[in-house]
Unconditional design. Structure first.
Length: 390
């Protein structure tokens, strides 16, 4: 058994944990990152791909912006489709900003490469992670790695270990407040090495359910279909997926889609979730450990990076300058943005998905889309939220 002292112990080596560790390392603050899964498992996760301007700027600040500058796809607009109608939301014209398409797997790779080059400590395959003494002078984090018990004493613990991680559950139930909305649908996603359906993302509302045409690169496409919670991946062979995708898109789009064998296929349920507060003693939550949004608004990874930006700055002030004020404000500061993103993701999901069989709801949804088509103010509101609020 070993015990050592570090300033910050980060739980989770996804993009949020890796980014926080990178920012702290650049500030000269000693930290260690503990991850339950293997490095290969984390690197293979197929997740988000739409980055707000602020997230791209954070990658640049962390010294890992070179590849996204070369390979990222800058999108100045998105499309909405219903029936045979198509409406382009001009993000650049309405907000002066754009978004960038760059996969989470690539972000993880870039951050891991930077950590490797800096000799940072990212410890994978850490089992039985446990947090203790969170309200004492030093927190304690213990784990078992390769059969050996390891303990870390630290000034602060950053919980970046996702919805199912141990960090949030370490906050006592009497302190922790949780808010959740579970949607009656999921997203069936397919990744294929085929040219994208269009130059920009298409969000399609259809009587058979929602569909999304996205991409990871000029030669790799990512598509999604709304499915019921009872759906299973094995019930959706590639041919059925492609046929259903074409049905839910305007004919001028569906008729031109290039199909091909799937590289990856999975189903993700949709939920909205927020835990409050984001701080308990020496533990601070960031990313999916504190909040989940439906993927419709492309806010998950961007919210996580927003948390990390605030948390890194607050930790630097506390540990380098002895100023705890930013840490005291951390939860309230982040929650103000989190709830606005939750609202947008809920609204965008309701506006594009079939969440019930009511004819009244379907007509309201059509009216919402028609209103968007005829209102610059409504389009501006959508665009402002999509590119990322301050």
């Amino acid at each position: 058994m070993s015990e050592e002292r570090v300033a910050v112990c980060i739980i989770g080596a996804g993009p949020a944990g890796l980014m926080l560790g990178r920012l702290l390392d650049l500030a000269g603050i000693e930290c260690v990152i503990l991850e339950r899964q293997s490095r290969e498992h984390v690197a293979a996760r197929i997740r988000a791909g739409v980055l707000e301007h602020g997230s791209v700027a954070l990658l640049e600040r962390a010294g890992v912006g070179a590849r996204i500058a070369r390979e990222g796809l800058v999108h100045e607009g998105i499309e909405l489709a219903w029936g045979e109608r198509r409406l382009r939301i001009d993000l650049r014209a309405l907000t002066g900003r754009a978004v960038t398409i760059y996969g989470q797997t690539e972000i993880t790779r870039d951050l891991n490469d930077a950590h490797d080059a800096a000799g940072a400590r990212v410890l994978y395959e850490c089992e039985d992670v446990a947090l203790g003494e969170l309200e004492g002078p030093l927190a304690q984090v213990s784990c078992r790695r390769h059969g050996r018990e390891e303990t870390f004493r630290c000034d602060f613990v950053a919980g970046c270990d996702g919805y199912h991680g141990v960090s949030r559950r370490s906050i006592p139930p009497g302190v922790r407040r949780e808010y959740e909305r579970v949607y009656p649908v999921g997203w069936l996603g397919l990744l294929a090495d085929t040219p994208p359906a269009a130059d920009e993302l298409i969000y399609a509302s259809h009587a058979r359910g929602f569909a999304l045409c996205s991409m990871r690169s000029p030669g790799r496409s990512r598509y999604y279909l709304q499915v019921g919670l009872e759906a299973r991946v094995e019930d959706w062979p590639d041919a059925r997926f492609w046929d259903e995708l074409r049905r839910r898109l305007p004919a001028e789009v569906g008729d031109t889609i290039a199909s091909g064998p799937s590289i990856e296929k999975s189903i993700a349920p949709l939920r909205s979730f927020v835990a409050e507060p984001l701080r308990h003693g020496r533990l601070l939550l960031a990313g999916d450990a504190a909040h989940i949004v439906p993927p419709t608004g492309a806010k998950g990874l961007n919210l996580a990076f927003s948390d990390v930006r605030e948390l890194a700055a607050a930790l630097v002030r506390a540990l380098k300058d002895g100023d705890d004020r930013a840490l005291e404000d951390y939860s309230a500061t982040c929650l103000a943005r989190i709830w606005k993103a939750e609202r947008f993701s809920w609204w965008f999901t309701a506006a594009t998905h079939r969440l019930d069989d009511e004819r009244f709801g379907a007509r309201l949804q059509q009216a919402e889309l028609e209103y968007l088509a005829g209102s610059t103010a409504a389009q501006t509101s959508l665009a402002e939220n999509y590119v990322g609020l301050p």
